[in-house]
Ligand binder design. Structure first.
Ligand code: ATP
Ligand code: MG
Length: 335
């Protein structure tokens, strides 16, 4: 395992979302608080490839926004190379921006619509003075080539590209800064399977070739397992299971992970709605286990006692598994 890169220590993120209506004049107007992240603890080492997996609203994007220093945490600490992200001085912030590239969930929206692709790719090269001015054109074209796009796209605007092409430009722009880490938020979601496969192969190849650390957000376990050696499963603002990809897929120990895997389409097996019930509101979190309302094996104890994320008693051979469940599943999943 490489040196620690990101350390997330008991991070909380609470948003104020309006005020309560209230039944009388003195109970009205209390702030309503939404817990987007509720005690997240995670360590990412240099060279890791980790997928953050979970249903919509589980807090994946919020977690990376905090890790990138785009928003402050309400509580807890986030460290990059052992230094608190909130306490960076100017030089440290600049190094961080250069070393950690972010591919936004909305790739098209993250680009200036009035800039041509050439200018979009040249911007980080100039900003970080990565090459002399006469060399910029050549570097831009080589970035386009690297992501499998033809040179004539350089003259177009983002609105003149297809969804898959825009995502490739977003990858090229991330690579332009010669980062050490790529953080990608749903970078292949919504693309047709062949374009998705091309992009995944591209990212996987780049990470292996350049030894990049990859933090990849997805709600698709298949995508996660293809790209990443580790998976962290989020549910309602908390990591409920984390471990090596092969171990998690072979033997999910949290009922939520198992439900996610069963919900994942596979040939030769009928698709069932394995995750039943409603996700509780992050504004009004239950007192016990947050998954209890949907858990097929919940017992009364689960409704009152909140399980912590810890190594299960019966650990995986490499000992890296953590599960937040009072009764982790011991069976091996037959798929
Ligand atoms: N700025 C904000 N103000 C209020 N609530 C927010 C804000 N940003 C996120 N949330 C809420 O926090 C929770 C987590 O949101 P987040 O965007 O992190 O989820 P996600 O896992 O990335 O979902 P998706 O898969 O849909 O992108 C959601 O309930 C969301 O509504
Ligand atoms: Mg998101």
């Amino acid at each position: 395992m490489g040196a620690p890169l990101f350390t997330v220590l008991d991070v909380e993120k609470t948003y104020r979302v309006g005020t309560t209506p209230g039944s009388s004049w003195f109970s009205a107007g209390q702030p309503r608080l939404l817990k987007a992240l509720n005690g997240v603890r995670l360590e990412i080492a240099e060279g890791d490839s980790i997928a953050l997996v979970g249903e919509s609203g589980s807090g994946k994007s919020t977690l990376v926004r905090l890790m990138l220093g785009l928003e402050p945490a309400t509580d807890g600490r986030l460290l990059y190379r052992q230094v608190d992200i909130g306490q960076f001085d100017r030089a440290a912030r600049q190094t961080f921006r250069r070393e950690v590239a972010f591919i936004y969930q909305d790739a098209r929206g993250s680009m200036n619509p009035r800039m041509r692709i050439r200018a979009i790719l040249a911007e980080p090269l100039r900003l970080y003075r990565l090459c002399p001015e006469p060399e910029i054109e050549r570097r831009v074209l080589s970035l386009l080539e690297k992501v499998g796009l033809s040179a004539d796209l350089a003259d177009r605007y983002p609105s003149e590209l297809s969804g898959g092409q825009v995502r490739r430009v977003a990858v090229a722009r991330a690579l332009a800064a010669e980062p050490k880490t790529i953080v990608a938020d749903e970078s292949v979601a919504g693309l047709d399977v062949s374009v998705q496969a091309q992009l995944l192969n591209l990212l996987r190849g780049l990470c292996r070739e350049m030894g990049l650390t990859l933090i990849f957000i997805t709600h698709d376990l298949g995508v996660a397992s293809y790209l990443c050696t580790r998976i962290a499963v989020l549910y309602l603002g908390r990591i409920v299971e984390e471990g090596a990809t092969a171990d998690i897929l072979h033997r999910p120990m949290h009922p939520y992970t198992q439900g996610l895997m069963r919900a994942f389409p596979s040939f030769g097996r009928p698709l069932t709605a394995s995750l039943k019930g409603e996700i509780p509101s992050p504004i009004d979190l239950p007192a016990g286990c947050r998954f209890a309302s949907r858990c097929p094996q919940a017992v009364p104890f689960c409704l009152t006692s909140d399980p912590v994320l810890k190594h299960p008693e019966d650990p995986d051979p490499n000992g890296a598994r953590r599960v937040a469940c009072h009764f982790p599943i011991r069976d091996i999943l037959e798929r």
